[in-house]
Write a protein that binds this ligand. Structure first.
Ligand code: SR1
Ligand code: MG
Length: 394
């Protein structure tokens, strides 16, 4: 566990970030460096350093000892920078096409120096501006198949996997997810944020005992099913993309949990576009289908070819896993839809809709779909039933 040493840890600024890059000899001595802090996430500083002279650039990401989205009143471990760097390295070995390169890390300064991806767009922003990134779902399916298989007991072997479980104990960031996704949206918590027009729908949700039972079950699975190394925050703001490439960033919430959690977050964040983006609705429905189809095919191939548990390598046991991942993913999809609508951390897909009636209608549909997916996840047995449920509500 990284313990904050105040003599070493200092938040960087644009000037000291340049000095750090020079000290680390990350650029030629005659480099002409400029630096801009570009972090627009909830938690960290992100410095974009460019050498105009040699046309090179890097990113220095630094964790702050508090959650930037709330302020210094919400202290947060710097250990998350090490978790993130270790996860980038692990996922980078498993799925190098989809992960930025890491050049340098410093646990005490809580920094990771990595590949600059600013030639790509944050997927969520691109989607809102009308992009569809045709290959993103194929890439996400492959990324999920590889990362979720090769970090599991079956891909890694049970001994090596236990070492990884220990390395990725991520108590504080898991607690954020436990609270913000599985707890706070289901009662009148201070962290919740929603517009008054949604209050009747939200109060109905708070009274829904059946829903709360199912959310408790999903939370229990999140707490106890250490199946695979998860990214842990796999929304479209954690993806860079263009028409050819996809890169997955920001795995600071990484830990060993249920495979369906990452899959569900991907589904949910594509569903926001299915809900709000009439023009490209069918494209985003296809994206959801492609994510699952590619995941299923590639995970099955890895299961058959690379399985470290000889007795586990049977079709029925593979199908047992795929069915569990799918059912869990639908539940986590629902939880993500609900928390992004009424919880602390919203999504621009919904909030940037200017017209109030349109925005409220989209949010109401999101809540309705979320509730249905959580409660009916056992009945929705395959992709076509999932898509039918989505179409009925949207
Ligand atoms: C206080 S952190 C709020 C949210 O931002 C992160 O990206 C996670 O999604 C977290 O739930
Ligand atoms: Mg993040």
């Amino acid at each position: 566990m990284t313990v904050l040493n105040p003599l070493i840890y200092q938040p960087l600024n644009e000037k000291t970030a340049i000095k750090k890059a020079l000290d680390l000899k990350l650029f030629p001595e005659d480099a002409d460096l400029t630096c801009k802090e570009i972090g627009d996430g909830n938690l960290n500083l992100v410095f974009h350093i460019v050498d105009q002279k040699h046309n090179q650039s890097i990113i220095i990401k630094q964790a702050l000892p508090y959650a930037k989205v709330v302020g210094e009143s919400w202290p947060l471990t710097l250990h998350r920078a090490k978790i993130e760097a270790d996860a980038l390295k692990t996922f980078g070995q498993i799925a190098p096409d989809y992960v930025p390169k890491v050049y340098y890390t410093d646990d005490q300064l809580a920094i990771t120096v990595m590949e600059d991806l600013s030639h790509l767009s944050i997927a969520r922003k691109g989607f809102i501006q009308g992009e569809t990134f045709p290959l993103i779902s194929l890439h996400l399916g492959e990324y999920l198949a590889k990362t979720l298989f090769f970090t599991s007991d079956y891909g890694l072997g049970s001994g090596a996997k236990k070492v990884q479980v220990q390395k990725f104990i991520n108590t504080e960031l898991c607690k954020i997810t436990e609270d913000l996704i599985f707890t706070d949206p289901y009662f009148d918590a201070e962290t919740n944020e929603f517009e008054e027009g949604l209050r009747p729908a939200v109060e109905e949700l708070w009274k829904d005992e059946e829903l709360k039972f199912h959310v408790n079950v999903l939370k229990k699975i999140f707490l106890t099913d250490a199946e695979v190394l998860l990214h842990g925050d796999l929304h479209t703001g954690s993806m860079f993309a263009d028409n050819q490439q996809t890169k997955i960033i920001d795995p600071e919430f990484a830990f060993y949990g249920p495979a369906g959690f990452d899959i569900g977050q991907v589904f949910a964040n594509l569903l926001f576009q299915i809900i709000v983006n009439e023009k490209h609705r069918d494209v985003f429905i296809q994206h959801v289908e492609t994510v699952w189809n590619v995941f299923q095919v590639q995970f099955s191939q890895l299961w058959e070819k690379e399985n470290k548990e000889p007795l586990a390598n049977t079709t029925s046991f593979l199908h047992y896993h795929l069915a569990k991942y799918f059912e869990d993913a639908l539940g986590y999809t629902g939880c993500e839809l609900i928390r992004r609508t009424i919880g602390l951390a919203h999504v621009a897909d919904l909030d940037s809709i200017q017209d109030e009636q349109t925005r409220l209608a989209a949010k109401q549909k999101t809540l309705e779909l979320g509730k249905n997916l959580i409660k009916k996840r056992k009945e929705i047995r395959d992709l076509s039933e999932f898509i039918r449920t989505v179409k009925e509500i949207v």
